[in-house]
Design a protein around this ligand. Structure first.
Ligand code: N01
Length: 847
């Protein structure tokens, strides 16, 4: 059976080199690596076509794990070309002395799991076989060229090149009639590079692309020095950025800006080059089609300015897909190439290519003659490189069969049914929108830690569970569906560039900070979603997030949000007020203010007497304000046709218990007596609160019963009920998402101020809950106060109180104030609306 290794690594690109170093030199494992190419470099070994270069600046598009490597290499250009990147990877390979771990010119042909021995059997095209406890695939996502749909390549009598396997010897195009098929990132780089060299250049374009300037230039000495001095902060900034580069955050929504402001911002980042146009301009262009159209039209305008012939310019302007719904390409002089008299653009959307002929290219309308044809037709992305490893997992499961309906994976790192196989930057990883070397380092580090754990624990098998894979797939798809990406046609992003390939979410679009946070959480909870020796750990909360909630959390992380429990009182108050920016604006209406008790009264323009909602804002008794409650109260008033009284109460720690409960009950008593003067019906009062405000509402309901104030209902929106409750959700969501047990405890502590715990703070401690107003209790799946709130709902029901309990999956504590970003908050309002409409009848029935 050949030799046995701890780890077999496949591929010698960015991922493979680092993986070998990590597994061999840091973990001390016995590693054998294979590479089909004749040397190291991966993508940069194969893609030697003219003009090939990276489009993240080289100081970012390079390894960060070693200070010595970072300082030891100086880039000559902002965006290095392929020869320099290849030279860098060769230099790194020598520095790490990893070449000796590789067998080059050797392709893995089959990879079969042996369940009995708990190891992989790996066969290579040189006829050899070996076994390994773990396989780490570093084969890359864009490493297998797409087979063109048209026949005849082998009949062509001239020179035919594929960009992805370009010859090592120079190709001389001078004086030749050259065709380029394809106008993706590759085609654009080739076209602009060879336009001045070829005698005639004909570009066959099926779909025009939104190319923006790259902004390349030589790096001078001063810049090099600056880069060297600022490595650490640049890398720290990158790791916190959505796409892994320290670019400016966006200015806010494009739709909120004036046309002049938009133009100014677009110009600024157009000039600065690269991905900044996408990520540093406006926050909504990737999410909102209308916002996207503003940037799309901007790029079209710039194309029309640069291309002299209006008909050619029109052909070059994309109109059938949103900007960035396909991977954005970048250019240097691409559009000007079309102003050269010997460069021709052929639209093969209207007249498709039918064949390559012995003399050139035949479309449905015409034949063309060439000396050279260059195919830049793309890749069979993510899945094909793995399928080509001939993978068979448990019980002979073929990867082809497993992926018949599209790829599945957990984090892009493991595939259920394929134990001990780890994938770097696999399908559904974050790599497609994340600076590749950093994405790679993250994945390799994650895998190395998993291997170290498996080895330390003597774990024979380490694998993703099917359930975790499903949850991850749902999250990937849900996030992608919130973007404009599914509106592209024919993009490799969705697997649509290959005829017959499953349309699916091929990558995680939640951004690097969220991906990193999820990976960290998975490790923290003991590899949640993975099974070690078939014993699975529960899927962690962040993987179960509602996609919109996940995206919001990701953008908070990208903005450097600290855990709430690490904030001081002023900072907590500032965060609470900042939530207003996450709320949908409330409708305009008449608002009255009263001073004793302090309250705002929202009065919709309806004929009364109207039902009444007395609302208490959240904020953990230590933060929050009438301003925070303003938009929700307007919406509640409008949607329910109700008078809403938003009641102020004194905050802890300045005013600890019982100040808040006394204030809120005083407000309720006042409303009962005076609300008819505002058009409200005192017989239809619903007391309502969010978070700590819901705790106050629950207590107010008890005090109202005891004081003889009739209530029509109580709405408790994820209420904290008892600081001493010992529930599963308190443990499971102790670290969030967003709201943590530590901040909850701090808030309770500040509120109680050392006071004894009674029913006036913990309503579940009331001697009787009988006779309370009908209740609607809204809880959130991923909230530490979920179980105590649900237990309270149960206790109310047991006491004969009509109760509705509505749990919202995938949401975390605080979302009621995040309505602008989490569409499902709408469902909370709908639930409240139904309850408010019926609670009068319920109370009548109960009576
Ligand atoms: O491939 P693509 P790529 N008839 O799939 C056309 C990375 N990359 O190699 O759009 C006619 O984007 C196809 O047309 P259409 C980067 O992630 C990075 O250019 O399907 N045309 C399209 O124009 C990038 O996204 C850099 O209508 C046909 C082109 O071929 C990824 O690699 C540089 C056709 C394929 O475009 C892939 O880019 C280069 C047919 N039958 C690549 N079939 C950097 O700068 C296909 N096409 C870092």
């Amino acid at each position: 059976m050949g030799s046995h290794y701890d780890v077999v690594v496949v591929g010698a690109g960015f991922a493979g080199l680092y993986a070998v170093h990590k597994m061999r030199d840091e973990l001390g494992l016995d590693v054998q690596a294979f590479e089909a190419a004749g040397g190291v470099g991966g993508t940069w070994w194969w893609n030697r076509y003219p003009g090939a270069r990276c489009d993240f600046e080289s100081i970012h598009y390079s390894y960060s794990f070693s200070e010595e490597i970072q300082r030891g290499w100086e880039w000559s250009e902002r965006f290095a070309g392929q020869p320099e990147i290849l030279a860098y990877l060769e230099w790194v390979a020598d520095k790490l002395d990893v070449r000796r771990a590789f067998r080059f010119n050797t392709r893995v042909t089959s990879t079969t799991w042996d369940d009995k021995a708990a190891r992989w059997i790996i066969c290579t095209d040189d006829g050899a076989t070996c076994t390994a406890r773990f396989v780490v695939s570093c084969v890359g996502g864009l490493s297998v060229a797409k087979e063109p749909e048209f026949p005849g390549s082998e009949t062509f009598r001239g020179e035919l090149y594929r960009t992805s396997s370009w010859p090592h010897e120079p190709v001389d195009l001078t004086g030749k009639r050259v065709a380029v098929i394809g106008t993706g990132s590759t085609g654009i780089q080739v076209i602009q590079e060879i336009a001045n060299e070829a005698a005639e250049l004909t570009v066959f374009q099926r779909t025009p692309n939104f190319a923006a300037p790259l902004g390349n230039e030589p790096v001078d000495l001063a810049q090099r020095r600056w880069n060297a001095e600022h490595h650490a902060e640049l890398r720290a900034g990158s790791r916190q950025h959505m796409i892994g580069v320290p670019y400016d955050p966006p200015s806010g929504p494009a739709l909120a800006a004036t046309p002049d402001e938009r133009r100014r911002i677009f110009d600024k980042y157009w000039d600065r080059g690269g991905f900044r146009l996408l990520v540093s301009t406006f926050s909504d262009v990737i999410f909102n089609q209308q916002a996207n159209e503003t940037i799309a039209e901007y790029i079209r305008e710039r194309i029309r300015e640069r291309v002299k012939d209006p008909a050619t310019a029109a052909l070059l302007c994309p109109t059938d897909h949103p900007y960035a719904s396909k991977r954005p390409p970048f250019e240097t002089g691409y559009y000007e190439a079309y102003n050269l008299p010997h460069v021709h653009l052929v639209d093969v959307r209207s007249a498709p290519i039918e064949a390559i002929t012995p003399t050139g290219v035949r479309t449905s309308s015409k034949s063309y003659e060439f000396d050279v044809i260059i195919l830049a037709t793309g890749f069979d992305v993510f899945t094909r490189p793995l399928l080509n490893l001939g993978l068979r997992g448990r019980d002979g499961l073929k990867l082809e069969d497993r992926w018949a309906n599209g790829p599945t994976s957990y984090l892009g790192v493991q595939i259920a049914g394929f134990p001990n196989l780890f994938v770097i930057n696999g399908p559904k990883s974050a790599v497609a929108l994340y600076n590749v070397p950093l994405a790679t380092e993250d994945n390799v580090n994650f895998v190395a830690a998993a291997l170290a754990r498996a080895i330390a624990d003597k774990t024979a098998t380490f694998e993703a569970t099917y359930e975790a894979e499903e949850a991850w797939g749902r999250l990937c798809e849900g996030i992608l569906n919130l973007t404009v990406i599914p509106h592209s046609k024919g993009s490799w992003y969705m697997g649509e560039n290959i005829p017959g390939k499953a349309r699916a979410a091929y990558f995680f679009a939640g951004g690097a900070p969220l991906y990193r946070a999820i990976c960290a959480e998975i490790v923290h909870v003991g590899y949640g979603g993975f099974a070690l020796d078939r014993v699975s750990a529960p899927i962690p909360p962040m993987v179960r997030l509602d996609p919109a909630a996940a995206l919001l959390l990701g953008s908070m992380l990208a903005r450097g949000m600290k855990p709430l429990d690490e904030l001081n009182l002023d900072e907590v108050r500032a965060v609470a007020e900042s939530l207003r920016k996450l709320q949908l604006p409330g409708p305009a209406m008449r608002v009255e203010t009263v001073e004793a008790p302090r309250a705002r009264i929202y009065i919709p323009d309806r004929a009364g007497p109207l039902p009444v909602i007395v609302f208490y804002h959240g904020g953990g008794w230590i933060s929050g304000s009438l301003d925070l409650a303003d938009a929700p109260c307007r919406r509640l008033a409008d949607e329910n046709g109700a008078i809403v009284v938003s009641a102020h109460y004194r905050l802890a720690p300045e005013h600890s218990f019982p100040a808040a409960t006394d204030d809120t009950f005083a407000a309720l008593s006042w409303v009962w007596k005076h609300v008819s003067a505002y058009g409200g019906d005192p017989g239809r009062i619903v007391v309502m609160g969010e978070s700590a405000g819901a705790n106050l509402a629950a207590v107010a309901a008890i005090r109202a019963r005891d004081a003889g104030i009739p209530l029509a209902g109580q709405v408790l929106i994820y209420p904290p009920i008892d600081p001493e409750a010992s529930t599963a959700s308190r443990t499971e969501f102790a670290d969030g998402p967003f709201f943590t047990r530590a901040i909850g405890e701090k808030m309770w502590g500040a509120y109680l101020g050392g006071a004894e715990l009674t029913e006036l703070a913990a309503p579940s401690r009331a001697s009787s809950l009988a006779g309370l107003a009908p209740a609607l209790v809204l809880t959130l799946e991923l909230d530490m106060s979920r179980d105590e709130a649900e237990d309270y709902a149960g206790a109310l029901a047991s006491a004969g109180v009509p109760v509705r309990l509505h749990r919202f999956d995938g949401l975390f504590h605080g979302v009621f104030n995040m309505s602008a970003f989490i569409p499902r908050v709408r469902e909370m309002y709908a639930s409240i609306g139904e309850f408010v409409a019926t609670c009068k009848e319920q109370i009548t029935e109960a009576a």
